[in-house]
Write a protein that binds this ligand. Structure first.
Ligand SMILES: Cc1cc2nc3c(=O)[nH]c(=O)nc-3n(C[C@H](O)[C@H](O)[C@H](O)COP(=O)(O)OP(=O)(O)OC[C@H]3O[C@@H](n4cnc5c(N)ncnc54)[C@H](O)[C@@H]3O)c2cc1C
Length: 396
């Protein structure tokens, strides 16, 4: 399809870069615009489960990403105080064997850099940094964008991969706004030196809050995310620093191994958690939404980036099937993706409920049941998510 007008992508986050790569691999010319001149991701970790790894494989970057990854053996659901492991959900060999791809823990910056470098190296992709899309234009059957330097460009199609505050979304789906979840996330990355951590994720489940930590950067660092129910703070910048003492206070007395990690935190960042429900329409004519621009979900199932990667692969596949009928391709993409992303967002909320139980009685019943189920059938908790992890966007 070279020689045809390019597909124009607004946004160079994980979703936009993945879309550019998927489209170029399907034969399209692509022009991607990222508003930040130096788009690096903030210091934080990212879990990429088997379904996300398969999407990275379809984009041709699985091996490059794996160089920077840690491969967790399990995720342990634990209780503060006793430290008891309520359930050990197998990941490593289990994901590779059952779902055909590994579960990876990555530094966000590493994954972003791998995608950006792959896009910049691809002959059919032109990446322009420091340039925002300010408007999507329509003329007859055509579509184009206006950039923040006033220049205009026509394309075959426009992809809105411009994140939770997407401007492209309004033109597709009308006006709406992200919704505050009532929760705030603390984030920090600490050195792993001397900790001899087994590569696994730990989820500590407290009343109205939970804490997750896992190794990243091939085991050299540990990523910490603490989620707390509170509504007195609504900032949304990855770079908004808080104080280590505040972070520690939110999880004080949870467990000696938690204390050790929290004492290593030099600068924690905090981020109010918003979500954006998917709109009833994902596309309008030659314009389609993807990733957080379409369905920003809370991070309690660690799937937002995985969904953006899957979106990218499916969208490119559908466009390649009917390149002469872009609206039809986009409708097929939306039909493929709508239910799955809804189900994933719902499952993420179910995790928030499970991780934050307030009532003592409920905690005893739910965690007791989980513990028993894990003892009787250790892989059952993992198999409950077969529907999520066995999905392969390249086969969809
Ligand atoms: C605390 C936390 C933990 C998380 N952990 C996980 C996890 O473990 N696993 C997982 O899969 N997901 C996780 N997520 C979700 C994941 O981070 C997001 O779903 C993912 O980054 C979305 O990617 P995106 O490309 O759609 O959007 P974004 O990453 O927001 O990228 C959008 C890009 O568009 C650019 N942009 C915006 N407007 C314009 C414009 N007008 N013109 C040009 N460029 C523009 C922005 O600068 C940005 O670079 C987590 C989220 C949070 C908050």
């Amino acid at each position: 399809m070279s020689g045809t007008a390019p597909v124009l992508v607004a946004g160079g986050g994980i979703g936009g870069l993945a879309a550019a790569l998927a489209l170029a691999r399907a034969g399209f010319e692509v022009r991607l615009f990222e508003q930040k001149p130096d788009p690096h991701e903030w210091g934080a970790g990212l879990q990429i489960s088997a379904n996300g790894t398969k999407a990275l494989r379809a984009l041709g970057v699985e091996d490059q990403a794996a160089i920077h990854a840690s491969f967790p053996e399990s995720v342990d659901l634990r209780l503060p105080g006793s430290g008891r492991v309520v359930s050990r959900v197998p990941l490593g060999g289990f994901h590779a064997g059952r779902y055909g791809a590994r579960y990876m823990h990555l530094h966000r910056a590493d994954l972003h850099r791998v995608l950006l470098e792959a896009a910049q190296a691809h002959p059919q992709i032109a990446v322009t940094l420091g340039r925002a899309v300010t408007e999507v234009t329509h003329s007859g059957d055509g579509v184009g964008v206006v950039l923040d330097d006033g220049s205009a460009l026509d394309g075959l199609a426009v992809i809105g991969a411009d994140g939770i505050r997407s401007g492209v979304r309004e033109g597709v789906a009308g006006e709406d706004a992200p919704r505050f979840t009532g929760m705030v996330a603390w984030r920090a990355v600490v050195p792993a030196d001397g900790l001899a951590e087994v590569p696994r994720a730990h989820v500590w489940m407290g009343r109205g809050r939970h804490l997750v930590h896992y190794p990243i950067s091939a085991g050299r660092q540990i990523n910490l995310v603490g989620v707390v129910e509170r509504s007195d703070w609504r900032g949304e910048s990855w770079s908004e620093a808080g104080s280590p003492a505040e972070f520690q206070a939110d999880f004080a007395g949870w467990h000696p191994s938690v204390d050790i990690l929290l004492r290593r935190v030099a600068t924690p960042y905090r981020w109010a958690l918003y979500e954006r429900h998917q709109p009833s329409v994902w596309c309008a004519g030659r314009v389609a939404l993807l990733g957080d621009a379409c369905h920003a979900m809370p991070p309690f199932l660690a799937q937002g980036a995985c969904m953006a990667l899957e979106d990218a692969v499916v969208l490119a596949h559908r466009l390649a099937q009917t390149p002469d009928d872009v609206p039809k391709a986009f409708r097929a993409y939306a039909d493929d993706r709508r239910k799955r992303t809804e189900d994933v967002a719902r499952a993420a909320w179910a995790n928030a409920w499970r991780f934050h139980l307030h009532s003592g009685l409920l905690r005893t019943c739910v965690y007791g049941g989980l513990s028993l189920a894990s003892m009787l059938a250790p892989t059952r908790p993992a198999r409950l998510f077969d529907w999520l992890y066995e999905y392969d966007a390249a086969q969809a």
